[in-house]
Design a protein around this ligand. Structure first.
Ligand code: DC
Length: 225
């Protein structure tokens, strides 16, 4: 079967817009597979750091993109997706702001983006896929049937991040988180290749004043329309 006949719902948006939680729930309701493309950039960041590969050693980084041994598993304890690098659970290490910032820097290199393209296409299998990230609707799956661009105000996104960190017992000031999110937005929006921006045919959903359930419902309605 031609893979372009397999349905894909893309959900793109900035850091902290709630893409992860929302995309997972939409995938579950539709019975589709789920791709968290950001985790691939985060794994590359972690793996290159572990192997002491410099951020500008593109040859070694491309090789890592092709050879990293990655797997995903849904935890039977909390139903969260666990990410494994060379069979080691690295889920916790991937969620740090340090890893996110390094991922965002690496993501600006065109060679690394194309080296990760094939890995992302491999997730497109029946009965369908919900893919979330920054360029799912614009570059990775431009033929997707439903494209969503999820936004929320910077303040709301920083507040959500603060709550998330608090749950993990980590304290962080709102001011600091605002600055971090703004810096990452600016890097993701202004890079020359695959910048964060809505596809021309994307539906914009602003989650600032909506609950997770409301956003999920709205997206499922759009898919089924
Ligand atoms: O979605 P996330 O926060 O896990 O993504 C981490 C970084 O990876 C993000 O700052 C930019 C980059 N990224 C990207 O460039 N393209 C994607 N499709 C997903 C993530």
């Amino acid at each position: 079967m031609n893979s372009t006949a397999i349905p894909v719902v893309t959900i793109d948006g900035p850091a902290g817009s709630g893409k992860g939680t929302i995309a997972r729930q939409v995938a579950e309701i539709l019975g589709y597979h789920y791709l968290d493309s950001g985790s691939l950039y985060r794994i590359l960041a972690l793996s290159s750091q572990q192997q002491q590969v410099e951020n500008d050693d593109l040859e070694a980084l491309v090789e890592l993109c092709q050879t990293m041994l990655i797997s995903f598993e849904v935890s039977s304890v909390d139903e969260n997706v666990r990410v494994f690098l060379s069979n080691q659970d690295v889920s916790g290490q991937l969620r740090t702001e340090e890893c996110a910032a390094r991922a965002s820097q690496l993501a600006a290199h065109p060679q690394l983006r194309s080296a990760l393209l094939e890995r992302q296409h491999a997730f497109r299998v029946l009965p369908g896929l919900v893919a979330e990230g920054r360029d799912m609707g614009t570059v990775v799956f431009p033929d997707s049937n439903t494209k969503i661009f999820l936004t929320a105000s910077v303040h709301e996104r920083a507040t959500r991040r603060q709550k998330q960190l608090k749950k993990q017992g980590i304290g962080a000031s709102l001011d600091h988180l605002l600055k971090e999110i703004e810096a990452r937005d600016s890097r993701d929006e202004n890079r020359a290749i695959s910048p964060l921006r809505p596809a021309k045919d994307a539906v914009l959903v602003d989650s600032t004043d909506l609950s997770i359930d409301q956003v999920v419902q709205r997206i499922v309605e759009i898919v089924r329309r």
